[in-house]
Design a protein around this ligand. Sequence first.
Ligand code: ATR
Length: 276
Amino acid sequence: MTRAGVVGWPISHSRSPLIHGYWLERYGIDGVYDRHAVAPADVAQFFRTLRERGMAGCNVTLPHKEAAFTAAVETKPAAKAAGSANTLWFEDGRLIADNTDAAGFLNSLLAAVPGLDLAGKTVAILGAGGAARGIIFALLGAGVGTVHLFNRTRARADAVAAYFGAKVQAHDWDNREAGSRGADLLVNTTSLGLHGGAPLGFDVASLKAACIVADIVYVPLETPLLATARALGLRAVDGLGMLLHQAVPGFEKWFGVRPEVTEELRALVIRNIEGA
Ligand code: ATR
């Protein structure tokens, strides 16, 4: 039997067991995917002993994504770009780390907007944390032309722009509306809009009519940003797609089947979010 799971602190909120459990059942795989609550002081040792624990690998969530990156022998380019990892597995006994949020975001976007061609497009990104870095990595890989990056702490945006080069331009947070006017895609990578938290404060009326608006927040599923975008007739892409699609590569590495993100799975997770 193959074992995998998700590691975090706390971990009870994680929806990964629901997602992977659905796939294990759907594909009739003799496997286990469970939760591991590991305190920060113990996490390096946990990763060192993954194999002794009988695990084929794991997902990693807050606050351990940087520790997972450091623990690996080899890190994939998306993980390097983000400086963090959310998926670990073994190849020839060596621990490998990737950040599948990047591809998860892109695949979610492409699933939501079939036929979307990002080549040469202008993108506005709100936030400059690890999530933003992963998403920028994925978008540049898809051939976008220019990325305008807006962050409350300007120095952090400057550092991200310096990492990626001339296609990524850093701007002050206060310029986020004016500076997004020409964008074909706007992505909120901050936690603003999260249930119970501070609002984002972004007037979508300043965007082009053809602009796609994406949010990585998925509780609530319809954030105020997405709701106002939809009300104005803009295409809105929620954060749940990214959560589902980021889970695909790990499942494939550990259990040997590339799983499908189905409407049934999406509905299952939505019921869980709404019941929470
Ligand atoms: P992650 O790795 O998930 O992206 P993070 O590194 O904590 O998380 O980044 C969170 C992002 O949300 C940052 O861009 C942060 O801005 P700062 O770099 O200035 O901290 C942004 N953010 C969080 N709270 C914010 C707020 N109240 N206003 C504006 N931006 C905020």
